[in-house]
Design a protein. Sequence first.
Lengths: 787, 235
Amino acid sequence: MSPLTHKLLRDLWRMKGQAIAIGLVIAMGVMLQVMMSGLVTTLESTRDAYYDRYRLTDVFAPVARAPSHMMPPLSEINGVARVQSRVVGAALVDIPDRAAPVQARAVSLPENGTAALNATFLSAGRMPDPARPDEILLVEGFAKAHGLAPGDTLLATLNGTRRALQVVGLAQSPEFLYIAAPGEMVPDDSRFGVIWMGRDAMAALFDMGGAFNEALFALTRAADKQVVLAEIDRILDPWGGRGAYGIEDQYSNQFVTEEINGLRSTANTVPPLFLAVAAFLLYIVIGRMVQSEREEIGLLKAFGYSNAEVGAHYLKLVLVIAAGGAILGCLLGIAGGRAMVQLYLQYFKFPFLLFRLDPASFAIGVTASILAASGGGLLVLRRVFALTPADAMHPPAPADYSRSGRIGQSIARLLDQPSRMVLRRITRQPLRMGGAMIGIACGMALSGSMLSTFIAFEDTLDTTFTVVDRSDLTISFAGPIERGALHEIATRDGVWQAEPVRFVPAILRNGRHTHRGSIQGQPTDARLSRAIDSDKQAIPMREDGLILSTTLAAKLDIRAGDRITVEVRDGRRPTLELPVAAIADSFFGTPAFIELDALNRALKEPGRVTGAYLRIDPGKRDEITEWLKGLPMVAGVTIKAEAESAFRKVMNEGAGSSRYVMGVLAFVITYGIVYNAARIAHAERARDLASLRVLGFSKGETAFVLLGELAVITLVALPIGTLLGHGLSQLIMAAYSTDIYTITLGFEPSAYGNAALVVLSAALISGLLVKRDLDRADLISALKTRE
Amino acid sequence: MTDAAFSTSGLTKTYGTGDAAVHALRGVDLEIPESEVVVLLGPSGSGKSTLLNILGGLDRASTGQAHYKGREITAMTDRQLTRYRRAHVGFVFQFYNLMPSLTARENVELVTEIATDPMAAEEALHLVGLTERIDHFPAQLSGGEQQRVAIARAVAKQPQVLFCDEPTGALDSATGRAVLKVLTDVNAKLGTTVLIVTHAAATADLAHRVLHFADGRIRDTITNTTRKSAAEIHW
């Protein structure tokens, strides 16, 4: 082993504390980069493979009831490669231990057994026998949630007919990658199921003999989707076509895509920020580390080592630390990614999901660390190389304070000498001190913005479930019913309040912007489900226009006062031109509100409702849901408490959970930055501090000179960190928000208060560690070594 | 005993243990009267700096005792040593050890602020002939000037003892003579006991007393009957 290699190893050992701190900061930055972009790659590639292998359809065309002889004209549309019809319908499943009926979707299997489109993945049991109408496949997540397995019997009501169904197999499908009950945003395996059964059985139950109510299309590569959709609509219109839509508007795919997009924008925003902070720190630390080796560099050169050899030696030192940190970060990133993938599997029903490393993220993380580290080292090396070996070995002349030292002379008068030393050191090296300060401010910003994020998530949930939705139960009816029928429910014992609502499927258009969703009609003074403004005050429903949620308004690029086209896809399917009356804050989905009677007038269906919000006596909840289950008109009942807990689960265990990882990383980085700042300041001043001790200054007085500097820098960093953090948190929130949920964020003083505590505690601990070394310092050797 | 500034008996200092042990002092017995200029001579590793550091309260002896005016330095706690350095002792080092962020005046004030009966910083700097450069920072001063600031800083608190470890080691001979003159002047004017550790044998000529060190022991002690002035010394 060459002497330089020995030196390298010994140097690393000597500075192990600092090297570990630097390596960890790098590791945290790289870990986040690798984990987040790996997750995006994994989810995307798995989704694509799954869609491809199980032939997810390109276009869905729901229709009221179309005769089978309409299939040939559909297959002849230019651009259609393949078409398949099926029968779908709603079902209510009776789960013995649950008061509320569980909603499910029933889907027909093709008669010949293999689906040309939307194939099912059989995970247990076998396919149903077409000859036995009661045999079904059950979606795996639902079966597991209720402990059902092939061989079990399931009681279900389909189109008013109660049937005992035999579960013969468990299945998954790319069409139901993300399964949530209608009207709910987040999946809950236990509360919504999918049933697949034979085509004939389905046709019999839903009165679809010789007919279908949904057509699936695969398009050719060259197809113009908009033209195909228009053509399908034209053909199916006489049969009650509900509007064909592409896979991009399909419920499950939309959620998955939104989730991946949200994740990608988070992965593109947050990890680079972490990495940038880590790289900046590395640059500063390495520069100062090499600076302190000045005399050794002079010595090596005096022995005849070339600049290149000496440069390579120090570069190796830097690279060992940077690459060590980057590799550790990569390993942690893979481990973190694997753990996160498991969380995603809970609500994305992939039959397989393996964490895949995104090689680019690893390369970016490693390159950024190494560049920053080498940059910091090389800059200083170049300065040292400019000196002759003799100059480099000579103790450097005392740092010149003559210019900056005059600054604030009047202030200096008020201070004692140790305080002047603190002040002058800061004013003499504004760049270096600024660097250390920005470093600490960045740490504070990361911690503060992550803490803000936690508060914002909590706030959003709180607003959604206590201010916007104040109901206890939501009922949906099988179709539009007379509002009078609600009377029976409203007057039932234990029901305190019942508020009607009508959901109408609709396509909203503003120029080339389109949104496929629904509009909801509510009474003017709706109290249980409300549109609210940014001050969380209710916005009354309007007869003369729509109230759009902020997310929807942004998607359609529309403002209050503009006009919007609403193509209603129900009833006599009118196309309405309405003004946008107001924009409502919304955190959840993309609602569009209108006054209920105005909606019914426009549809020429007065007094119709499709559901109701109820406020009930909590003690009678089970009794009421049990009763509702027996009402023929009720298609589904959602208990808000369950919806809320499902939502919280997703926020805390699913997509939202990465914020906790980031929070931990932010703390580690903050500690790393502050500790390094203290360590470096100590290294640079060891001799001055020893001199002070010799002059008769006590340990405490000496520590003041060192830690006073750290204290000033830290205190100045706090307000700057707060400002940076607030900006950063807005970016993070925007990244976390999707079409499905919007996280909004105001300025959260408590988050920054706590972040300040994190920084101060980091400063305190670092200060104590450094002071311990200071107290133990060997006075004599510190005095003998020159600078 | 009362007129001795320092006395030691059986003082040893060992660094390390076992085979790696280095015996810096192997039993030193001495007495240094007050108000003398004492020069400690000897080759590197002979123990002279170690003795200076122990007497100055910077290092601890392994065995034996050292007294300053009847008080046992070797028995002092860390806190007592700090107080001892603060109240009684001034130090001058080969590399000056000035605070680069403070001017000459402020470097002196650094000490006078914590001393009980200091002289004015201006007076101390006048004593070393630096009145003109009082508001300069160390970076603006030559090596000799920096060392004179260090001496001014050491004497400003009017210490009873001044410890100087190779005070001229980093200086050319003319500047070195100027620095030595300041040290002897301080001794003459203020009655300060001055201990100088040096390699430069010629320095011995200006001392009252010369201690020759070899292998951790005092080989011999010479008392000069006639002393030379700093100006007469050459090396």
